[in-house]
Design a protein around this ligand. Structure first.
Ligand code: NAP
Length: 292
């Protein structure tokens, strides 16, 4: 099985780049090959590779910056997935594309299902929702995997920010009224590899209903404050006080949904795969330690 991975330097992309060589012939593309404005570069590279699967882990993920950089966010999160889906269609490849809880407005009082209507409340969420539409429009053989609150030992994320603040400060205000499931990048990468192996590569191996959108997060739920407390409890000798505050007291450029909880039921039943509890996944990240 040949897999082409786009966005291998990102949190999820990096974990995929470590797992996939065990199960397939993996190719990764440099950023220069995946400029949305130059689809021919991507087409030529993909034609050379003839992938059975393309996995798009590239995205513009700076949620607050996206408010002022709408064009860039839409180019990477909407235009590029459309280009990739068209190329996948031309080459008879399948596509995994990642999306986000931020396609929802967070007003639902319970976890979101894949059938709930999207209603993004920030530019990033709108650009990702547009990317989903583009993928569905150009390619039937797709898996859109919506995940949430991703962290790892790489790049910028809540875990790394909180560890730094806990070391530097005596008191840290943390939002307590946004609910979700912190999800380690390695957990999503494992679920993704499982899903593509489950689908197989021969045209008759997968039945049509498997294609579509799925929620894939760690199980359980907490608030950002609960996540911060779990991080602090795993750091030795940390005394910083975590002050619970409401979102309205913590102004950011982009609004965030209060409810980011996604139900994993559809994914777990379609692919016979159980996502780990978020606390176990956090323990694993601490057990593994630094990622080079
Ligand atoms: N982070 C989260 O909390 C979160 C939550 C829900 C869903 N998701 C979704 O999960 C997926 C992966 O997220 P992540 O956190 O792993 O992402 P990430 O760490 O921010 O990495 C993003 C990847 O996209 C690449 N990229 C950025 N701009 C690009 C451009 N203009 N052209 C080509 N490549 C570009 C980056 O390359 P460089 O290294 O060169 O910048 C990097 O490889 C995304 O679809 C994201 O929307 C993330």
């Amino acid at each position: 099985m040949r897999v082409l991975l786009i966005g291998s330097s990102g949190q999820i992309g990096f974990e995929l780049s470590r797992l996939l060589p065990f199960v397939c012939d993996l190719s990764v593309l440099e950023k220069t090959h995946v400029e949305p404005a130059k689809p021919d570069n991507l087409l030529k590279a993909a034609e050379r590779i003839q992938p059975d699967w393309i996995i798009n882990a590239a995205a513009y993920t700076k949620v607050d910056d996206a408010e002022a950089n709408k064009d860039e966010a839409f180019a990477v999160n909407s235009e590029l997935p459309g280009v990739i889906a068209r190329i996948a269609n031309m080459l008879n490849s399948r596509l995994v594309h990642f999306s986000t809880d931020y396609v929802f407005d967070g007003t639902k009082p319970s976890p979101y299902f894949e059938t709930d209507p999207v209603s993004p409340i920030n530019v990033y969420g709108a650009s990702k929702a547009a990317g989903e539409i583009a993928v569905r429009q150009f390619l039937e053989r797709h898996l859109i995997l919506r995940t949430s609150w991703i962290y790892s030992r790489r790049r910028t994320n809540f875990l790394l920010t909180m560890e730094r603040l806990i070391a530097e400060r005596d008191q840290i205000p943390v939002v307590c009224d946004q609910l979700g499931a912190p999800t380690s990048a390695i957990s999503v990468a494992r679920a993704t590899v499982h899903a593509i192996l489950h689908c197989g590569i021969s045209p008759n191996e997968v039945t049509a209903p498997l294609w579509g959108s799925y929620h894939v997060t760690c199980s359980g739920e907490t608030s950002w404050h609960g996540f911060a407390a779990a991080i602090r409890s795993r750091l030795q000798g940390s005394k910083a006080e975590l002050k619970a505050i409401l979102s309205e007291k913590y102004r950011t450029e982009a609004r965030r949904p209060l409810n980011s909880r996604l139900s994993n039921m559809k994914f777990e039943s379609a692919f016979s795969f159980v996502m780990p509890d978020w606390r176990e996944a956090l323990d694993e990240v601490y057990a593994i330690g630094e990622t080079k």
